[in-house]
Design a protein around this ligand. Structure first.
Ligand code: CAA
Length: 380
């Protein structure tokens, strides 16, 4: 077993770290305060290949592995989790969903643009009454012969106002339960598709989150992804990969906060010495280091499973459950180590603490991850 990163992975980490430090860091506080979407930075991330990391180069992607993807996600998330969620949704949910399940024509038309950042994608599963309980979709897509007629509301959609392409999950035959669900490609501007107001959020405020409304949207038949009735499986498989990206985001938020806390504790003096020399602080740092290292191993294992072609349903849920818990706990500790300075924006840790919370909620709450893990453990 080799725990060393390859030369290539080290280079990717340097590129992502350099981009985060030089491009994301300078405006991150302002974007958070003003809820500004990082348009220009998203374009730059597209140019660097960060928006189609694992996509086959024949569709314009970078053709890298999942290990590279989590390395990039960790580095971006140390500095700006709003930027990294845009990367995560575009890569794990939209590009992966389309590459794994889409038709050749869909890949030619959409994936080639999504992988380069010319288009941004959104993934629309959650509804006002179907967030965790994903089979209870109220959004319907009724087969009208030449087209599907789409009606319903989707909530908390990342990239909601900025996306060009939306993957929308809808019920086509209620009697068939999870086998009566399909996924569709919806383009911005289709008649009857309305983007609701932007959410005013606790964290990841630089990302763009909206409610979406579909009123009698005529969806061409060729925009259905995969076989009839395959939409729930599509969503679950896609989310399993998405959880690897969010686990890496949580890891990045935690390690970003830890690095800031470590640096601060070596500079700040109290009672005649740097505060890292007080055991109360030193023990916090040891706990942070230990749990972040454990989270990194789980994230890497889930990414490795994906690269090997192993089932990653449980390893991705395990990584997300643990890394998001660590992110919440240790960003709070990082604020504590900073004392009063931790409570003001210029020290960055309060933002990381606010951003950490969403990693315990989106792409399945921590409770959902426990359902996914325990079901497999208890299966006969
Ligand atoms: N891969 C493939 N198939 C799967 C699967 C997976 N990971 N999980 C379930 N399925 C299949 C099952 O095998 C089953 O198929 P059969 O009927 O043929 O046996 C079918 O799907 C139904 O499965 P379940 O009975 O297990 O479904 P369930 O309704 O009990 O729910 C759940 C399972 C795990 C709780 C699921 O509903 C779930 O993951 N919910 C959370 C959804 C979620 O993550 N929402 C977040 C929204 S997206 C987001 O946050 C994006 C963003 O903007 C950042």
């Amino acid at each position: 077993m080799d725990f060393n990163l390859s030369e290539e992975h080290i280079m990717i980490r340097e590129a992502a770290r350099n981009f985060a430090q030089t491009e994301l860091l300078p405006g991150v506080i302002e974007r958070d305060e003003k809820q500004q979407f990082p348009d220009t930075l998203v374009k730059k991330m597209g140019e660097l290949g960060f928006l189609g990391v694992m996509v086959d180069p024949k569709y314009g992607g970078s053709g890298m592995d999942a290990i590279s993807y989590v390395i990039i996600m960790e580095e971006l998330s140390k500095i700006d989790a709003s930027a990294s969620v845009i990367v995560s949704v575009n890569n794990s949910l939209v590009c992966y969903g389309m590459e794994a399940f889409g038709s050749e024509a869909q890949k030619e038309k959409y994936l080639t643009k999504l992988a380069t950042g010319e288009y941004i994608g959104a993934f629309c599963l959650s509804e006002p009454e179907a967030g965790s309980d994903a089979t209870s979709q109220k959004t319907t897509a009724i087969d009208k012969g030449d087209y599907y007629l789409l009606n319903g509301t989707k909530n908390w959609i990342t990239n909601g106002g900025r996306a060009d392409v939306y993957l929308v999950i809808a019920q086509t035959d209620r009697d068939k339960g999870s086998h009566g669900i399909n996924a569709f490609i919806i383009e911005k501007g289709m008649e009857g598709f309305h983007i609701g107001p932007k959410e005013n959020k606790l964290g990841i405020r630089g990302s763009d989150t909206h409610t979406l409304q579909f009123n009698d949207v005529k969806v061409p038949k060729e925009n259905r992804i995969g076989d009839d009735g395959s939409g729930f499986r599509f969503a679950m498989k896609t989310l399993a990969g998405g959880r690897i990206g969010i686990a890496a985001q949580a890891l990045g938020i935690a390690s970003g906060a830890y690095e800031l806390a470590l640096k601060y504790s070596k500079e700040r003096k109290a009672f005649g010495t740097e505060i890292c020399n007080h055991q109360a602080i030193a023990f916090k740092l040891a706990d942070m280091h230990t749990e972040i290292e454990a989270a990194r191993h789980l994230v890497m294992k889930a990414a490795w499973d994906k690269d090997q072609g192993n089932d990653y349903n449980v390893s991705s849920a395990t990584a997300k459950l643990f890394a998001s818990t660590v992110a919440m706990r240790h960003t709070t500790e990082a604020v504590q180590i900073h004392g009063g300075n931790g409570f003001v924006k210029e020290y960055h840790v309060e933002r990381l603490m606010r951003d950490a919370k969403i990693t315990q909620i989106y792409e399945g709450t921590s409770e959902i991850q426990k359902i996914v893990i325990s079901r497999t453990l208890t299966r006969d």
